[in-house]
Design a protein around this ligand. Structure first.
Ligand SMILES: *[C@@H]1O[C@H](CO)[C@@H](O)[C@H](O)[C@H]1NC(C)=O
Ligand SMILES: *[C@@H]1O[C@H](CO)[C@@H](O)[C@H](O)[C@H]1NC(C)=O
Ligand SMILES: *[C@@H]1O[C@H](CO)[C@@H](O)[C@H](O)[C@H]1NC(C)=O
Length: 416
């Protein structure tokens, strides 16, 4: 989620930086960061234009006793330092989605990508489904979601016909979560209720595995605190076979926005973060305010033993990838996301690479670059083409901070 520094705070920041010696800079920013909640209050305020970067002036220092000036040219960390060199893939721009979406959800069933919910703006959330047809590359088939269903931070999984939808955030800004869960029959477009989760969660890792719907991790009700709990419930052909959720082995690390994939009868949980924006205390509109986040590239796996195993980490920490993956040729391919914040400016940094996790060797590689950096992409794979749509993209090639929420669709021919 984006943090944009308000105009006032930014100019103050620049002046402070200009006055300060290099030694003091880190300290001052840390202080501003920790002490000012106004710095963090304009989350997702996409219209606010902020400086593209914080410029640290070159400082000429007098060398005492020598009477001569010496250039002290400190190396300043580029805002794009987190980009990994990668081949440029050829991307083709397709018909855009009917609406832009951030933190939406998507499930692919054969040649159709069902795209759910999401923020349109920070103050407006969608409550409908759009469908992209990979055969003729068109959008259509819009239908409504149940009124009680969450609008973002959902957990979702499919058995190839039914889509199971659990918990998530209800409403815009940083409103509270709901424990409501639903199942959608994608053939009849009919919704049914399922037993609610024991407690609501934000963006928990969710997958169907061995006849059970598994829900684990995510953030707790305050949106920030990582949850470790793991529940499951038996499901078959859109029907729930048990009265209530069963407790399972807790996940070693909690938190939201991770990819959760079942392949070769094993369950993988990839990336994600601890911490997230929270509602500002007392705000009647639950205004989002930024809190500390730590992003991870960890990979955990469950197999027959029902014990979590730690696998090699992603090439860099990556979060906001819950619907940003596809299974291609015995590998998991993940596009975009967010990585650790900039160490000096503390700005959120988006990810613009496509990663591949090889399931035979359990090794990661970087497949190539996306047309821009973008988080919470919704991904599909059909007939050799890798597609992504939606999310929040960067400010430009030199500025990896988040800006515009998009509905664009891009595809590239993968050969892995
Ligand atoms: C400092 O560096 C700049 C650019 O490299 C150069 O133009 C300038 O003459 C240098 N100043 C001194 C005092 O060496
Ligand atoms: C997807 O497009 C193909 C080709 O136009 C069409 O035959 C098919 O009916 C479409 N599927 C849906 C569900 O609209
Ligand atoms: C998958 O692997 C096969 C066999 O190596 C290859 O021919 C095909 O191009 C691969 N598909 C993709 C999308 O990389």
């Amino acid at each position: 989620m984006a943090r944009t520094i308000g105009k006032h705070s930014s100019s103050k920041l620049v002046i402070l930086l200009a006055c300060a010696g290099l030694l003091g800079i880190a300290l001052i920013i840390d202080f501003l960061w920790a002490s000012s909640s106004s710095l963090s209050s304009s989350y997702l305020n996409w219209a606010v234009d902020t400086p593209r970067s914080v410029t640290i002036p070159k400082i000429e220092k007098k060398e005492p006793g020598k009477g001569s000036k010496r250039n002290v040219t400190e190396r300043v960390l580029s805002a794009t330092f987190a980009d990994i060199p990668a081949p440029q893939l050829q991307w083709e721009k397709m018909a855009p989605a009917p609406v832009p979406r951030l933190d939406g959800a998507a499930i692919q069933i054969k040649n159709l990508l069902f795209v759910f919910a999401g923020y349109g703006t920070i103050d407006y959330v969608h409550s409908h489904v759009d469908i992209y047809n990979f055969t003729d590359n068109t959008w259509g088939g819009r239908f409504d979601m149940p009124k009680e269903m969450a609008h973002s931070h959902l957990g979702m999984a499919t058995d190839g016909r039914y889509i199971y939808v659990v918990t998530g955030q209800y409403g815009p800004q940083c409103r509270g979560p709901t424990a409501h869960t639903f199942v959608l029959d994608t053939e009849t477009k009919k919704w049914r209720n399922m037993p609610p989760l024991p407690v609501p969660r934000y963006a928990p890792a969710t997958q169907l595995w061995r006849g059970r719907l598994h829900v684990m991790g995510g953030s707790k009700e305050d949106r920030h605190e990582p949850a470790l709990e793991h529940w499951s419930i038996a499901v078959k052909n859109g029907k729930v076979l048990e009265k209530e959720w069963r407790s399972e082995i807790p996940i070693p690390r909690g938190g939201p926005h991770r990819a959760c994939v079942v392949v070769n009868d094993r369950l993988f949980v990839i990336g994600g973060q601890e911490g997230d924006f929270m509602a500002k205390p007392g705000s009647p509109i639950f205004k989002c305010s930024r809190r500390n986040e730590v992003v991870f590239g960890d990979v955990y796996m469950l197999d027959d033993e029902m014990k979590w195993k730690v696998l090699p980490s992603m090439p860099k920490p990556d979060s906001h990838i819950e619907f940003a993956w596809a299974i291609v040729n015995n590998s998991v391919v993940i596009a975009g996301g967010t990585t650790e914040k900039h160490p000096v400016t503390k700005k959120m940094i988006l990810v613009g690479e496509v990663f591949q996790f090889h399931l035979d060797t359990l090794k990661w590689s970087v497949v190539g670059k996306m047309p821009f950096r973008v988080k919470t992409t919704l991904v599909g794979f059909w007939d050799g083409w890798f597609y992504f749509t939606s999310g929040q993209r960067d400010r430009g090639p030199d500025d990896p901070a988040p800006r515009k929420v998009i509905g664009d669709v891009y595809r590239t021919k993968l050969s892995l």
